[in-house]
Design a protein around this ligand. Structure first.
Ligand SMILES: CC(=O)SCCNC(=O)CCNC(=O)[C@H](O)C(C)(C)COP(=O)(O)OP(=O)(O)OC[C@H]1O[C@@H](n2cnc3c(N)ncnc32)[C@H](O)[C@@H]1OP(=O)(O)O
Ligand SMILES: O=CC(=O)O
Ligand SMILES: [Mg+2]
Length: 530
């Protein structure tokens, strides 16, 4: 089907799947077209600004709290909107891709919020993108219950988590949907389809259209999202201020603009989250060329490192000063398959959540239903009857630019185990992603696009500073490739290897592995548009 909005030609080029027509309705496509009309060029400006900024930082321009927005930071009066229905108590938030099994398990898990993730945890095949929207629609319509061929039943229980949806970031395109012959922003597609189908339904169900916004780099990107919310609410007759969005502070530049990001979104804000994995990725990517920014093995970079503590403490202080929730990040350990690994994972997650709760976070993320009880218990102990600890304004916290950048204090050379682990994670994650899975458990750790990016850019950084030999990386890569192909005949070991070579072993570091990999491997366009 092609629909002709007044002047625009919309084409759906993805292979039609079961019930896709329920999502790709003429009304929804028209809504996406209007979003594209209004915001296409603003997205391009934001992307241009990213390149400009990273070139300046690479050229030695110091990263500082912006001078131009000092008045916003100094103004003690402004606050973000009060928490929206279903978002007052967020002591445990579970994350996961919006496939049907994960959705039912996450919603029933006992977590207060389910972050339905179209970003780090989703490989954006067309089937996953539209399937995810169908899952969300079916959940809200309460028609998702199903039984597997093996007889296992999935049924929504009485007490469900509130849904927050994370659309893909600004760097990605949706090539299965074209307007006037060019692909549409993946962020606008994910946001637009969910908003169009579910905003009113969520309001009718007592909640609202709630979002998590990934990978923002500065206040301009927050303003862009805020303008999109205003536009979308107006267009569909949704009362202004109904949308809520939490921003992941997961780039080093955004850490210098937390107040400004909250300020831009204040009418729609649902606080900030400490997205630690992308944050580390961003830090290495931004300063990877500098000798004083070399990070050691990923396993030895813990949240107690001074530069990471500065980041989380500043996040709590900033949020609570403005009446916004501060939500903790993802501990990577997932429950093990044997008793010993299981209790070790739980103990590590407990320590991580205890530190966050004591620091003043209002809740935190878990990656697996088996981790909900431990996170809840830790926050119950600190919060008691209170739904959050917004009143802890943490005026004791003072963080300077140098504290956020004090990476040198944990510098240590990479070990052979650290290198091997990064090669394994990057290669195996790429293989999973190319086959449509955006999150996997590897060696007891949750791996997704953010953690795989750390593995990739660390290898690049170590090569760049002659910390490891290229031949050693290639030897490990080939061995891992062979092992993967032997273990699983369906593995795309060669494609994953090529992706590794092209994104980690090149002199110029690609900003993300996903855009190129998406175009090369995930895009399956039909000959004749439907
Ligand atoms: C850096 C960041 O951005 S973090 C946020 C993005 N990342 C994520 O959201 C990852 C979320 N986690 C996951 O996707 C999964 O936990 C994985 C892939 C890591 C591991 O999944 P599995 O290998 O299936 O784990 P496991 O076998 O222990 O699962 C047991 C059950 O728990 C369910 N489960 C596991 N994780 C989740 C989850 N996050 N949400 C809901 N259910 C889950 C499984 O579906 C399975 O259910 P079943 O018994 O009905 O089949
Ligand atoms: O999105 C979360 C992160 O840690 O990255
Ligand atoms: Mg992330």
């Amino acid at each position: 089907m092609s629909i002709h909005a007044p002047t625009r030609r919309v084409e759906v080029l993805g292979t039609p799947g079961d019930r896709h027509d329920e999502i790709l309705t003429p009304g929804a496509l028209d809504f996406i077209t209007r979003l594209d009309d209004a915001f296409h060029s603003r997205r391009l400006e934001v992307l241009k600004e990213r390149v400009r900024r990273s070139t300046h930082l690479a050229g030695g321009t110091p990263l500082v709290f912006p001078l131009a927005t000092r008045a916003i930071r100094d103004d003690a009066e402004w606050r973000v909107a009060p928490p929206a229905p279903g978002l007052t108590d967020r002591r445990v938030e579970i994350t996961g891709p919006p496939d049907r099994r994960t959705a039912v398990n996450a919603l029933n898990s006992g977590a207060r919020v389910w972050m339905a993730d179209l970003e780090d945890a989703t490989s954006p095949t067309w089937e996953n993108v539209i399937g995810g929207q169908l899952t969300l629609l079916d959940v809200i319509e309460r028609r998702i219950d199903f039984t597997t061929p093996e007889g296992k039943e999935y049924r929504l229980g009485p007490d469900l988590a509130t849904i927050m949806v994370r659309p893909r970031g600004w760097h990605l395109l949706e090539e299965h949907l074209e307007i006037d012959g060019r692909p549409v922003s993946a962020s606008l597609v994910d946001f637009g389809l969910y908003f169009f189908h579910c905003a009113q339904r969520q309001i009718d169900a007592g909640h609202g259209p709630y979002f998590y916004l990934p990978k923002l780099e500065n206040r301009y990107e927050a303003r862009l999202w805020n303008d999109i919310f205003l536009f979308a609410q107006e267009l569909l007759g949704i009362p202004r201020g109904t949308v809520r969005a939490a921003v992941l502070i997961e780039t080093i530049t955004a850490a210098f603009e937390m107040e400004e990001i909250l300020y831009q979104l204040r009418e729609h804000s649902a606080g900030l989250n400490a997205g630690r994995w992308d944050y580390l990725f961003s830090l290495i990517k931004t300063f990877g060329h500098r000798t004083d920014f070399q990070l050691p093995d990923r396993s030895s970079v813990t949240m107690t490192a001074p530069f990471l503590r500065a980041y989380t403490e500043l996040l709590v202080r900033t949020c609570h000063r403005r009446g916004a929730h501060a939500i903790g990040g993802m501990a990577a350990h997932v429950p093990g398959k044997d008793a010993q690994a299981h209790s070790a994972a739980l103990a590590r997650v407990r320590l991580d959540k205890e530190r966050e709760a004591e620091d003043g976070f209002d809740g935190s993320w878990v990656a697996h239903p088996g981790l909900v009880p431990v996170c809840r218990e830790v926050f119950d102990n600190v919060l008691g009857e209170r739904p959050n600890q917004l009143e802890r304004t943490r005026e004791d916290v003072e963080v300077a630019a140098a504290d956020l950048l004090s990476v040198r204090r944990i510098a240590a050379p990479p070990t052979s185990e650290g290198l091997r682990s990064n090669v394994t994670v990057a290669l195996r994650y790429f293989d999973a992603w190319l086959r449509g899975r955006g999150a996997v458990a590897l060696n007891g750790l949750m791996e997704d696009a953010a953690t795989a990016e750390i593995a990739r850019v660390q290898i690049w950084q170590w090569l760049r500073h002659d910390r490891v030999e290229r031949s050693a990386v290639l030897t490990l890569l080939d061995a891992e490739c062979e092992a993967l192909a032997e273990e699983d005949p369906r593995a795309l070991a060669t494609e994953a290897r090529d992706l590794f070579v092209d994104t980690a072993l090149t002199p110029h570091l690609p900003a993300f592995f996903t855009p190129e990999a998406y175009t090369r491997h995930l895009v399956r366009r039909t000959e004749t548009p439907s």
